[in-house]
Design a binder for this molecule. Sequence first.
Ligand SMILES: NC(=O)c1ccc[n+]([C@@H]2O[C@H](COP(=O)([O-])OP(=O)(O)OC[C@H]3O[C@@H](n4cnc5c(N)ncnc54)[C@H](OP(=O)(O)O)[C@@H]3O)[C@@H](O)[C@H]2O)c1
Length: 199
Amino acid sequence: MRILVVGASGTVGQAVVAQLSERHEIIRAGRTGMDVQVDIMSEDSIRSMYETVGPVDAVISATGGAHFGPLTNLTPALNQIGIDSKLKGQVNLVLLGLDAVRDGGSFTLTTGIMMDDPIRQGASAALANGGVKAFVHAAAIEMPRGIRINSVSPNVLIESLDKYGPFFRGFEAVPASRVATAFEKSVEGAQTGQNYEVY
Ligand SMILES: NC(=O)c1ccc[n+]([C@@H]2O[C@H](COP(=O)([O-])OP(=O)(O)OC[C@H]3O[C@@H](n4cnc5c(N)ncnc54)[C@H](OP(=O)(O)O)[C@@H]3O)[C@@H](O)[C@H]2O)c1
């Protein structure tokens, strides 16, 4: 398959690329470097990426930012970051990428455990995760040409504990390779409308 991985340089993205590149052609996308550049917060940038890349069998999004901070300090502007990036950015990868995906292809987006198992300072990211999960669930029944759509919801990654460990005390961190396996299931399996929990 020809697979576009957005956020390929990240912790999740690198694991996904490592897992899928043995058997598939991977096109790596991100804001800097990579095979093709994209900022998922810009519709023009997403359109330009798809024009550059051409037809693919699968689009994987392993990206999307959101603000972490105490709820009492969460302003509408800070909350908007997760809406514009993790929620709208990923949804726009689907809306603007439908024509780029071949018949029977797939989209796989990223959510995250904190929508199901809340942590302090995570309300805005949880909002974005929940929106992505709901979009995937509902969009699946209307996807054209046999195209499937799923999301992967990782627990905190072992590889990210240096950065996020203090937020996730008591959580059983998972290896990035397990998260990559869920993306593999989404791309190569037959299911649609799923949110694969890697908890
Ligand atoms: N790591 C964890 O423990 C964990 C747990 C649960 C969920 N998640 C979710 O998994 C996803 C990836 O997390 P990660 O830890 O792998 O992140 P990461 O290591 O920070 O990597 C983020 C990737 O996304 C790209 N990126 C960032 N902003 C972008 C934008 N506006 N447009 C296009 N590409 C952009 C980055 O490329 P550049 O550097 O070039 O910008 C990089 O390739 C996120 O949605 C995160 O919430 C992560």
